[in-house]
Design a protein. Structure first.
Length: 493
């Protein structure tokens, strides 16, 4: 173990986070040659391996020679974690890595943040601390969670605040499941999503957003799965996450350190929500008969059907790119990539913001995606793949939709009593709504228009909610801040 790369600790919170984590670590194990018992499946490894795995970045080697993931999985409801404890992966994890409660957060942010979740916070932080102390040097953290659930929103907010306090100089990344535009698992999802977005906006450095509806369409439309279930969706997410972290785990040229994600994708601290796209999404049958050229793979990433987040065509059309990273892996050469990028620029008419003209950042990783995670895996990795991470103004449309759904319920104070009974107040909701309104303005000002320039003086302070308070008061909406709620006018961005 040469220890050239510093370590990354992952945290999986809530049902969605734990299930994503199980799929991700299954795939990591296949890529690193580590079995479900933590033992190397090929102990020596090929002598002439051109792309040797760096196990220590994501795995900890025990005295017995086994490898355990540098991860903590926690859910307030025991079912999902118990499935891992009794499943085929039980030999991979130490018991202290798997934390579960006795009753769930009932889709209530307040239960995850103020009551049930808070009682498990110290146990989670202690498990993280043990991994941090046994590391040669921690790069940062990657937190997996959903925004709509009670544990995924509330407990994640607690953990994120604690990580920022205890490891202030370490990067904190998130892979989060945003509430799908048309599909909802709980009526209070907009409340939970608004509150966790507010709480983590200043404690997270970069957050990759996906939604189940987009991944469902990929599974059904491109992978021919008749009735996609969560395991199908999580396998897709795991392949994309594997590509994102490939250069952290294998020799690569871009994003070889977790801090580079911020450097390459985040121009301002609050504007840190890149979207993901991947190609190819190929079944075993298609993969056996076709080998798409690099230019086709690159072009596919700009098609809505290959993106892991659902956006309206109008949002795409009016958007501009802030930054774009293309991560290629496998049998890829720089000459083909340069040709593909030129082709995309000429045919797609991509627009970047005027103040960030550098455009594309490209990375190549020599390790190809694995063929398949299991015999019944519908997504087959070929000899090459590409993952696109793009920070774009189009994401502002997602915040607009979230604000609209939040306003519809909060105007009537619907379901608020469930949150108040767990220790929250109406002012907490108002502050969260203000903060996300300022975030919408942050994105709007990245592409200034004559109208936005005229009203720019209204937004006083982008580092707090003061800007929205000024906007509310000067537009005659001070009653919004006094509790007599009248939502701000939502205009399309």
């Amino acid at each position: 173990m040469d220890g050239l790369k510093r370590q990354v600790i992952t945290v999986h919170i809530g049902q969605a986070g734990v299930q994503m984590g199980n799929a991700v670590w299954n795939l990591y194990g296949m890529e690193h040659g580590i079995g479900r018992d933590g033992c190397l499946t090929t102990p020596a490894g090929p002598v002439n391996d051109a792309c040797p795995a760096e196990h220590s970045t994501f795995y900890k080697e025990t005295v017995a020679g086994k490898y355990i993931p540098r991860t903590v999985m926690v859910d307030l409801e025991p079912t999902v974690v118990d499935q891992i404890r009794s499943g085929p992966d039980r030999g991979l994890y130490h018991p202290d890595q798997l934390i579960s409660g006795k009753e769930d957060a009932a889709n209530n942010f307040a239960r995850g943040y103020h009551t049930e979740g808070r009682s498990y916070l110290e146990q989670v932080l202690e498990s993280i601390r043990l991994f941090a102390e046994s590391s040669e040097g921690v790069q940062g953290f990657i937190v997996f969670h959903s925004m709509g659930g009670g544990t995924g929103s509330g407990l994640t907010s607690l953990v994120s605040e604690s990580l920022r306090q205890d490891y202030a100089k370490k990067s904190n990344l998130e892979v989060l499941v945003y509430p799908a535009p048309k599909v909802s698992t709980a009526v209070v999802e907009p409340y939970n999503a608004m509150l966790v977005s507010h709480k983590t906006l200043d404690t997270t450095d970069c957050a990759f957003m996906v939604d189940n509806e987009a991944i469902y369409d990929i599974s059904a439309g491109k992978l021919d799965v008749e009735r996609p279930m969560y395991p199908n969706l999580n396998r897709i997410i795991s392949q994309v996450v594997s590509s994102i972290t490939a250069s952290l785990r294998f020799p690569g040229t871009l994003n070889v350190d977790i801090n580079e994600f911020q450097t390459n994708l985040v121009p301002f601290p609050r504007v840190h929500f890149p979207l993901l796209a991947y190609a190819p999404f190929a079944t075993a049958q298609r993969s056996a008969h076709q080998r798409p050229p690099i230019v086709d793979l690159t072009a596919a990433c700009f098609e809505p059907g290959n993106q892991l987040f659902k956006l309206d065509e109008s949002e795409h059309a009016a958007s501009k790119y802030i930054a774009c990273c293309m991560l290629y892996r496998g049998d890829v050469v720089a000459k083909d990539i340069n040709h593909a990028i030129r082709h995309i620029r000429e045919t797609k008419g991509l627009e970047f913001v005027e103040w960030c003209p550098t455009g594309f950042k490209v990375g190549i990783n020599c390790r190809p995606p694995v063929a398949a995670m299991s015999p019944d895996d519908e997504l087959v990795g070929g000899g090459r793949a590409v993952c696109m991470m793009s920070n774009t103004t189009a994401i502002a449309g997602a915040w607009t939709r979230l604000c609209h759904k939040f306003d519809l319920m909060f105007r009537k104070r619907a379901f608020i009593h469930w949150y108040e009974s767990e220790g929250m107040e109406k002012e907490d909701f108002i502050l969260a709504r203000e903060n996300i309104e300022v975030l919408r303005h942050d994105y709007r000002e990245l592409v200034p228009t004559p109208a936005s320039i005229k009203t720019e003086f209204l937004v006083a302070d982008k580092t707090s909610s003061a800007g929205f308070r000024g906007l509310a008061e000067r537009s005659g909406r001070a009653n919004f801040l006094q509790g007599d709620f009248e939502p701000p006018v939502i205009s399309e961005i």
